[in-house]
Design a protein around this ligand. Sequence first.
Ligand code: C2E
Ligand code: MG
Ligand code: MG
Length: 466
Amino acid sequence: MPRKYVIGIAVLLAAAGAFLPIGFALQMSWSRAVALEQQSLDNQAQRILQYTQGMLDQTVEVLHRLDAVPVVSPGLRMVAVRYGDYSALIEPGRFTQLTPTDGVQMALVLPGSGMLGSHNHPDLMLVAQALNGGKLDVEEDYLTAVARGDDITVVLLEPASEALSSLRRERNLWLPMGGMTALVMIGLVCWLSRRRLSLAGELATAVSRRELAVHYQPIIDLRSGRCVGAEALVRWQRPGGKQMRPDVFIAIAEENGILPRITAEVFRLVIRDMEELLAVDRGVHISVNLGASDMKDGEVLRVLERMLLHTSIEPRQIWLEATERGFMDVDTAGPVIAEARRLGHAVAIDDFGTGYSSLAYLQRLPLDSLKIDKTFVDAIGTDSATHKVTEHIIGMARSLNLLTVAEGIERQDQADYLKAREVDFGQGWLYGKPMPAAEFIKYYLRNVENTPPPQRMPGEGAPLAA
Ligand code: C2E
Ligand code: MG
Ligand code: MG
């Protein structure tokens, strides 16, 4: 990814990282403030209802003692509660003695009869709407609470602006948290993008200063146990001593256009480290990984050709492997593979089974071998669904007449399984981890002493013609 995209994406992420937590905090304070205020309003309505109903009940009870049958009716100045021959007259103000908090409008209603009392001049339209249980026209502007008793209904209306004091309290609580999160997010984005930009720079410098190294992992002929070569795996020891995983920095190199330089550096190191061994033993090969960008124009092949020109290495001793991603565009990859094979190299598809390859697409590529990804080797001996795919992939390679190399063999039972299904080569910790050149050469010499030479090599097995 070019520098300006990294910066653009970082700015977008930082903006999202800042606005999302603060927006969330604001939204949260608002909805919590409203919920708290609503709860307080409901409680008040209940309390007022109990108080008023209690007062009515007491009055009726007094009248009870005097006669029978209650009728309640509102008067203009006094409320008359009549029971038989007696009436009790109550000042309306007595009913509204218990008032809600400041700014809240209250209506005490006798359903079907009229209003018993009010406080703070409630809007009668809104009271009627609230009583009918309908939505208020001005829903957003008012909070309402309705408490219904046997005789009386209490309606409270609170302008939403009154909820502001709770809003302020809630904001004081949530905004700092939102702000902190925003800061952390922005910091994280800055750190990651700077690291990404500077990593690309650091990597380019490391290539120029020749700080990359290559380790070699043995590739074994499964039938005889003979080491037939090694895969070259690049290593980058960063200043400070920390190794960075190649799949991570290779991805960064691809994004920043540094990969061709790394591939060329790996070629140079392979020639430096292995020329002697390859010249003495023509049965040995070194497999080099190419990236997706290497597969576009074949420039990498001309680089390799020039480098091999003055060495005693035969081109067939250098195998090339690229992941399915590198072969995705069949129209450009096809000619590059054909060119590599014309120059004498064997070409493998790496990490097979993890991408999109189909049989039809594989048939169009003039490959020599197929590397079964470690995932499928891991599945051997388990009853996972992947296990069945392993079998299928081996069959697929056979039907295309490709050599097969199984990656990531860690246990003997995996090796036995693959051998029984005639997989040609294996690679993995069971045989050896990637190791420095001198160590690999020792490994190789020891192995050769104890094992017969292998039977089948690329070119000899009639791979698919271009
Ligand atoms: P790959 O080409 O599929 O390489 C095999 C990876 O599996 C290597 O990881 C190897 O160390 C690891 N491996 C081998 N056997 C075992 C095993 O038994 N168990 C486990 N757990 N792992 C095993 P490594 O060296 O970290 O490389 C990772 C990837 O980075 C490679 O995958 C390859 O795609 C890429 N890479 C490495 N070197 C180069 C290079 O020079 N050029 C390019 N373009 N890519 C490279
Ligand atoms: Mg590989
Ligand atoms: Mg692989």
